[in-house]
Design a protein around this ligand. Structure first.
Ligand code: URA
Length: 210
């Protein structure tokens, strides 16, 4: 079966999910964006915001538009190189951070998406995505971003990197050396080089393990 067909099965289950209270307030389940047959990188965000809930597509609001600008600049194609998903598939009211029970209810869908995609790299975009996989709840993106690490999901290891969430970059405009926006540019350049240009083979236990 093609990845798309496998993902369609997961998507139809996800669309009828009533596993947490967000099912009552959502307009749309926001499952994914990007072409699963060509994408070699999975980018995981937090949860849909208003625009995503209305459109059914992740990262289309202000944060998503800023992410698009950074991707274009880095030469990473949103449609062909990335498969974009969220930790939680339904919008939390007022865009609050998802509760643990909401993340737990969505975990099977998130894990199935990663399993089926079997990506060359996973990008944890923002703290919510990272903390769903990182043991230390106090972990900070600013401390670990820019470094590849290994993550084990469903007994399989992947190369991974944490990157700033574009909502954070919307609040930080500086382009000074060392500013979050400049670091985001550097991180996306590193991701492009390693995964898409040089296609550096991933070796198990190559990096510190999470
Ligand atoms: N923020 C996210 O984390 N995901 C979206 O889809 C939109 C905003």
């Amino acid at each position: 079966m093609m990845k798309k067909e496998c993902l369609n099965i997961v998507e139809s289950k996800c669309r009828s999910c009533k596993g947490c209270a967000l099912a009552k307030t959502r307009n749309n389940v926001v499952f994914s964006d990007g072409n699963p047959e060509t994408a070699s990188i999975v980018l995981i965000g937090e949860a849909p915001g208003e625009m995503e809930d209305l459109s059914g597509t992740p990262f289309v609001g202000r944060a998503g538009q800023l992410l698009d600008e950074f991707l274009v600049e880095a030469g990473i194609s949103r449609q062909d190189d990335l498969y974009i998903i969220n930790t939680v598939k339904c919008r939390p009211p007022e865009n609050r951070v998802p509760f643990d029970e909401e993340k737990s209810a969505c975990e099977k869908f998130l894990h199935a998406q990663i399993d089926i995609m079997n990506p060359k790299a996973i990008l944890f975009c923002g703290a919510t995505a990272l903390k769903s996989f990182w043991a230390d709840p106090k972990v900070q993106i600013s401390k670990i971003r820019g470094n590849w690490f290994n993550v084990a999901i469903n007994n399989k290891e992947y190369r991974a990197m944490a990157i700033f969430h574009p909502s954070y970059l919307l609040r930080n405009h500086s382009m000074e050396e060392g500013s979050p926006r400049r670091l985001m540019q550097q991180d996306l350049a590193e991701i492009k080089r390693t995964v898409l240009v040089d296609n550096v083979p991933f070796e198990s236990r190559e990096f510190a393990m999470v």
